[in-house]
Design a protein around this ligand. Structure first.
Ligand code: GLA
Length: 625
């Protein structure tokens, strides 16, 4: 524990430990007091059934008012032999980009100051033994479960002592403790495993054990954003819904643009009232048609955001987060609603609640598209990111409680609010705004270091990626997307008949296999070429693997694909799904008809990798006989 308190001359480093209580077989509370300072400290440590160590601290001021908490991080020791560090960096569109280096003396400290989890969050900070991989090497990890400013850190001293830590990053003056007041840190989750897959597996099992965890039967979705953007033409959207349903889609999500004066990015955000201009008959005709077609209906909100050109901002400019005397620089033409102002919170709650009460809505896509910069409370401008983060949780919790049948997605510009605290109250994250499958191979792979496939929104978009401009055929787009919670984000009116029938085939295949894809254990396997992704999801009955190559390999053929996670003593029937334009003569013979092999052979000798064209993927179904 390392608490830095303005006004307290000492650092509380475990001073005055007065005892600990076992609160259950796996929950212990450590209590410490510093009577001369009037401070009490409680640290809860829980060993979860999945083998995570969850830690949270609470500091109480039992004395006079006057403490300001500047930092309160919690640490666990890690052996010195863990001398390589792996975590993530990134930016919008390049979320969860891995970075790895040798650890030396000093700190590897990662700060997130976006006021949301951020596209560049360290995400999971690992320390491992030399050369650790997916299945080998000892790995220790920490995740700070917090959707505001936060810290992840590995620190090593000259004696080889080393610790992983995390906590909230507090801005000056955000937390002041009056008499009897307390501050609690976020939950930190520590993990240890043989290789990265075991660490990831513990996080996956933890999420799968939460009461609201989605089942593998979750509905295939169509999100309209890249299909229509702000063109909310009712006839066009009804047509899209019909086309989606005919392909087997099970949930239809109406994105940004249905409310207030929101006909483009510059206006209307914050006015959560169905637009009479865009929807003169309200949303009901579309919602009813979607339900009649057998699909669920989802709706987009960005409850923490506001355009200055909106009714709410005109009526209550003081509800916008701001330093004293001026508004922050706009981002995406928007500002942030200060949910720590009770009236602002109440306003947003009642508007969103009314839309959910007055319409049959099954799903909410909850966005959050700008960083919290100069995020203070008017008129004094005191920093309020801490309060805003708590108010966001309260808002989402209250809406969930009022609408228990509604599922929520954490979007945030795609991928900027992915953490275990938001996932206590969301059933899905939108992994990234980049749907290009060549980027998504990496993103799904590494987003999976914390969250399992069923929580990862994973869409098939149009042939030409709207964000990168690259073209990909449907085989690669679909073979990539099926390793998550599948959706379509494509103007189906522009798709050819061949594309539509191929898409229907993939949707059917996905539904047949989602029990495996969304419930299995995830394994990742290194191949000699770093630009390849070889991974699988494994259940006792069946496994599905994918091999994908992003650029022409200097190595030529990648050699033998040695599968992992199978039962060595069972026999498997292996079927390939290879949609590459390669003549039969150039394909391995086992692609022409399924082969049957023992798990031991598949894992130890493997199958020869098919020829892979750049930016393609081949799938393997391994059915246990
Ligand atoms: C963000 C989301 C997108 C879409 C747009 C709408 O960028 O990530 O999926 O919802 O906002 O403005």
């Amino acid at each position: 524990m390392d608490a830095r308190l303005a006004g307290d001359p000492c650092r509380l480093r475990g001073r005055g430990l007065v005892g600990h209580h076992e609160l259950g077989s796996s929950l212990v509370s450590f209590d410490a007091v510093a009577p001369e300072s009037g401070l009490e400290l409680t640290i809860l440590v829980e060993l979860t059934a999945e083998g995570l160590v969850a830690v949270r601290g609470t500091l109480t001021n039992t004395g006079e008012p006057g403490y300001q908490v500047d930092e309160f991080t919690l640490s666990l020791p890690v052996p010195a032999r863990a001398d390589e560090v792996l975590d993530f960096a990134g930016r919008w569109g390049v979320e969860r980009f891995p970075q790895r280096r040798q650890m030396g003396v000093g700190q590897h400290r990662r700060e997130g100051r976006h006021g949301r989890t951020g596209p560049d969050a360290a995400y999971v900070l690992h320390a491992g033994t030399h050369g650790f991989g997916y299945a080998a090497g000892e790995v220790w990890a920490v995740h700070t479960a917090w959707s505001g400013n936060h810290v992840h850190q590995l620190e090593r001293d000259l004696n080889g002592h080393q610790a992983l830590s995390g906590g909230e990053l507090l801005l000056p003056g955000e937390v002041r403790l009056g008499s009897g007041e307390r501050y609690s840190t976020p939950w930190l989750y520590f993990a240890h495993g043989e290789g990265l897959d075991q660490v990831a597996g513990r996080f996956h099992e933890f999420l799968r054990g939460l009461p609201h965890a989605p089942s593998a039967q979750r509905p295939v979705t169509l999100n309209v954003w890249e299909a229509v953007y702000f063109d909310h033409d009712a006839a066009r959207l009804l047509d899209l819904a019909e086309r989606a349903a005919s392909l087997g889609v099970e949930r239809f999500v109406l994105d940004d643009g249905w409310f207030g004066s929101r006909r483009n990015e510059r206006s209307g955000l914050g006015d959560w009232v169905v637009s009479g201009d865009a929807w003169p008959d309200g949303l009901t005709p579309l919602i009813e048609r979607v339900h009649d077609l057998g699909m669920q209906f989802g709706l987009w909100f960005e409850p923490e955001a506001v355009n200055e050109d909106s009714d709410v901002a005109r009526a209550h400019p003081e509800w916008i987060m701001q330093p004293a005397g001026r508004l922050p620089v706009q981002a995406r033409f928007q500002q942030i609603m200060n949910l720590s102002v009770p009236e602002a919170w109440e306003h947003v709650f009642s508007q969103v609640d009314a839309v959910l009460r007055e319409n049959r809505i099954d799903y909410v896509k909850w966005d959050h598209n700008r960083d919290l910069v100069d995020a203070g409370t008017a008129p004094h401008g005191r920093a309020a990111v801490h309060e805003q983060t708590l108010a966001f949780y309260r808002l989402l919790d209250a809406l969930r409680q009022a609408h228990p049948h509604v599922e929520f997605e954490s979007c945030s510009s795609g991928g900027s609010r992915v953490d275990l605290e938001v996932l206590r109250r969301a059933e899905r994250v939108w992994v990234s705004d980049i749907i290009d499958p060549a980027e998504r191979q990496r993103m799904l792979w590494w987003t999976g270091q914390l969250i399992p496939p069923e929580f990862q929104g994973s869409h098939v978009a149009s042939g030409r990626s709207h964000t990168t401009g690259r073209w990909h055929d449907l085989g690669f787009r679909a073979a990539t997307a099926v390793f998550g919670h599948l959706g379509i984000e494509w103007d189906l009116a522009q798709a050819s008949e061949d594309e539509l029938s191929e898409l229907a085939w993939w949707i059917h295949w996905y539904k047949t296999n989602r029990d495996v894809l969304l419930a299995g254990r995830v394994v990742r396997i290194d191949l000699p070429d770093p630009d390849t992704y070889f991974k699988g999801v494994v259940t006792p009955e069946k496994a599905i693997f994918s091999v994908s190559q992003l650029s022409a390999s200097p190595l030529g053929n990648l050699g033998m694909l040695r599968f992992r996670g199978l039962d060595p003593d069972a026999r498997y029937r292996v079927t390939a799904i290879d949609r590459q334009p390669i003549p039969p003569a150039n394909r391995p013979p086992w692609e022409a008809a399924p082969v049957e092999l023992p798990g031991r052979v598949l894992m130890q000798a493997g199958l020869r990798c098919p020829q892979l064209l750049p930016e393609t993927a081949v799938l393997f179904e391994l059915e246990r006989l």
